[in-house]
Design a protein around this ligand. Structure first.
Ligand code: 5IU
Length: 260
């Protein structure tokens, strides 16, 4: 079973170079925390990453919520990624025909393909979108997390949609890093990464349908490999000490899982 294998072993099964790198970073830095930096000021994001970069394996951005975006932000983000050895995931959730996704990925103000190690995408439009992303990497190592499930209440994804999404991904082993999903049964391939959002220290909900599960539940029962935490950290009184609490808690759950 994939969830019983340690990350360093999982890295050996990875067919996507970003998945291999991410498994290796987790094993080396001993963290499976992905920080979702959902802040709208570039200096606030950079200041926070300066302090928590050492505790995370992956930083998840929504580049289009930043109010003072400049190219310098990207330069500094990449510097931090290199200094602290984390990868960058732009949570763009591409959901259009292949030609449009190719343009959205490579062009426009953000030029996501230039700086994001990996991106998120919906399977809804069909595999043309994966072909487009696969052909737009400019020879760089790039990856895609495909949405197989969502954390929000009342979302329209069905069991059949999830299964077809996993089958679609199997046709693109070189570009698929893993799935954004909530359950361990969703896929079996040990070389792919389960990225799970909707996590806080206590189970709860927000007022707009987000559902939070605990680290114990998502890692030990539901099979999460990389855990996404946003407001649990960024909206805490002390984001840095909270990030350390999440990192330690998540890693303890993972250690328990792989030690049987
Ligand atoms: N996110 C989810 N649920 C999903 C998917 C993405 O919450 O199913 I796909 C994103 C949205 C937000 C982050 O950027 O993960 C979670 O933030 P909070 O921990 O603040 O809820």
């Amino acid at each position: 079973e994939r969830i019983l294998l340690p990350y360093e072993k999982r890295a050996e099964f990875a067919t996507n170079s970003i998945a291999k790198q991410l498994f290796t970073i987790m094993a080396t830095k001993k963290t499976n925390l992905c920080l979702s930096v959902d802040l709208t000021s570039s200096t606030k994001i950079l200041d926070l990453l300066e302090k928590v970069g050492e505790h995370v394996c992956l930083v998840k951005t929504h580049i289009d919520i930043i109010e003072d975006f400049t190219n310098d932000f990207i330069v500094r983000l990449k510097q931090l990624a290199q200094t602290f050895n984390f990868l960058i995931l732009e949570d763009r959730k591409y959901a259009d025909i292949g030609n449009t996704v190719s343009l959205q990925y490579s062009k426009g103000l953000y030029q996501v393909g230039e700086w994001a190690d990996c991106v998120t995408a919906h399977s809804l439009p069909g595999e043309g979108l994966l072909k487009a992303l696969n052909n737009s990497n400019n020879g760089l190592s790039r990856g895609v997390f495909l949405l197989a499930e969502m954390s929000s209440e009342g979302n329209l994804i069905t069991k059949d949609y999830t299964e077809t999404t996993v089958k679609m991904a199997a046709k693109y082993p070189e570009i698929i890093t893993g799935f954004v999903c909530q359950k361990k049964e969703t896929f079996k391939d040990p070389g792919l990464i389960q990225l799970t959002p909707g996590v806080q220290l206590e189970s709860s909900k927000d007022e707009l349908g987000q559902v939070y599960n605990t680290p114990e539940k998502v890692i030990l029962e539901n099979g999460a490999d990389v855990v996404v935490v946003g407001r649990g950290i960024v909206a805490a009184k002390s984001p840095v000490s909270e990030a350390i609490i999440y990192k330690d808690t998540l890693w303890r759950c993972y250690m328990k899982r792989v030690s049987g």
